[in-house]
Write a protein that binds this ligand. Structure first.
Ligand code: ZN
Ligand code: ZN
Length: 440
């Protein structure tokens, strides 16, 4: 009983005594300019890609969860590499950085909470399982965990990473004879677990430009049903090359290639874009640090439960943000409308991006010497693939389909700088899911 009491006191101190909204914790630091963004009613803010001591994150899962919980996130997937937070794992404190993170952990949760042992001159900490720590954080209509992991595979020198979201059990990397086959097999393993369990699950393909491993054509070729295709159109890890370069398309341009060819050539299901943090570092902050709080999703769902959130995302009922909040995004049969929750003194540009049916969708193969050994290049495409069809300066805009578009999606760019950006000069942004034009 004494043990429990100490824990509750620590947890209360840690979480701000039940008033969880906006107190700066002394235990988990962040950049001072960081912004707290609460979701409007009916919308839930979450992140599906984060690492902890269970893999290569720099902090124990409780500190990671506290960071998100204190900043008005409503759901979180602790997506460690190839494992979930279960079973027995002892974490060795063999560097000064790890010992410093441990000190924050000890101060936050108290000696009673922590299990440790001494092995070969090092302290080892027994990591808490999700089932052990989740009750400290979860609260109805406020915060939940969704179980998941980063299925971390590798083809030759190419990292092939796929997050499984709302999983019940871990998935072993499935391997494959090509990058495309490896992606397909890992996605299929998530689909199969979802089918067997009867629960909504999905896989998202991660950071395609990381080591230039995954091309637009890989994503065009994937086979999956509607509501099963996701890829990261924004990943907050500064090493993943979201923006591409002269020889490699940005991941946002890849999205347009993928949507255009899947709809225009294959007449098959679309791919949703998702924004994530892929955070690894919670003890040092700033450019080049792999921090939380950079990119997230806002999901419209009736309830805050893992199944309700996953089902809403599979319906495409979400948008991505790096700081811009929307009051609403409405996709009807023929219109896509966005309404921005404007910050005072901030200007917004709303761009509707799409591809017209008559556009030439043939790609041209390019030969590139990648700076990364063996990097793989997407093909190049006509500039009319993913063109800006309408540009509006303001806080509300509606695009009405003319009938010659394959799809249209909205991208919102704010005049406000991101407080802790992926790259210097990044503005706060938002991206909606595409509205598909139904063939007349
Ligand atoms: Zn990864
Ligand atoms: Zn990751």
């Amino acid at each position: 009983m004494k043990h429990l009491k100490v824990l509750l006191v620590s947890a209360a101190l840690f979480l701000g005594s039940g008033s969880l909204s906006s107190h700066e914790s002394t235990l988990s630091h962040g950049p001072s300019a960081e912004r707290r963004i609460a979701a409007p009613a009916g919308w839930w803010k979450g992140n599906t890609h984060t690492h902890t001591w269970w893999s290569d994150g720099d902090s124990p899962p409780e500190l990671v969860a506290a960071w998100y919980r204190e900043r008005d996130y409503n759901f979180l997937v602790l997506s460690d590499h190839n494992r979930m937070q279960e079973g027995e794992l002892w974490y060795r404190l063999d560097t000064d950085a790890k010992r410093a993170a441990f000190e924050s952990y000890r101060q936050g949760f108290g000696e009673d909470w922590i299990e440790r042992r001494e092995v070969g001159g090092f302290t080892e900490v027994k990591l808490k399982t999700l089932d052990e720590f989740r009750s400290f954080f979860e609260k109805r209509d406020t915060f939940i965990f969704m179980r998941g992991m980063e299925i971390t595979d590798r083809f030759d020198t190419h990292p092939v990473h796929v997050n499984g979201v709302n999983l019940e059990r871990p998935i072993i990397p499935q391997g494959g004879k090509t990058v495309g086959e490896m992606l397909q097999r890992n996605i299929d393993a998530v689909r199969e677990q979802g089918r067997r369990s009867g629960r909504p699950m999905f896989a998202h393909v991660n950071h395609p430009n990381f080591y230039q491993a995954i091309t637009a054509e890989d994503l065009v070729s994937l086979n999956h049903d509607a509501g099963e295709g996701f890829f990261e159109v924004y990943n907050g890890h500064p090493g993943v090359r979201n923006e591409g370069d002269a020889r490699f398309p940005s991941v946002e341009r890849m999205w347009d290639i993928v949507l255009s060819r899947r709809l225009g050539e294959r007449n098959t299901s679309i791919t949703y874009g998702i924004a994530t943090d892929d955070a690894h570092e919670y003890t040092k902050w700033g450019l080049r640090s792999v921090n939380p709080g950079r990119g997230w999703v806002m999901v419209r769902a009736k309830r805050l439960t893992p199944d309700s959130i996953a089902a809403a995302m599979k319906r495409g009922d979400f948008y991505n943000s790096t700081g811009v909040t929307l009051n609403s995004v409405e996709r009807s049969n023929s219109t896509l409308a966005v309404d921005i929750k404007a910050d005072p003194g901030t200007n917004y540009v709303i761009e509707f991006v799409g591809t017209r049916r008559k556009t030439n969708l043939a790609g041209n193969a390019v030969h590139v010497e990648s700076k990364f050994d063996g990097g793989r290049a997407s093909q190049t495409y006509d500039a009319a693939v993913g063109e800006v069809l309408l540009r509006v300066e303001g806080i509300k805009a509606t695009y009405t389909l003319k009938g010659d578009e394959l799809y249209v999606r909205a991208r919102i760019t704010s005049s406000r700088l991101h407080p802790n950006p992926y790259a210097e000069g990044d503005r706060e942004m938002a991206w909606t899911q595409p509205l598909i034009s139904v063939t007349p």
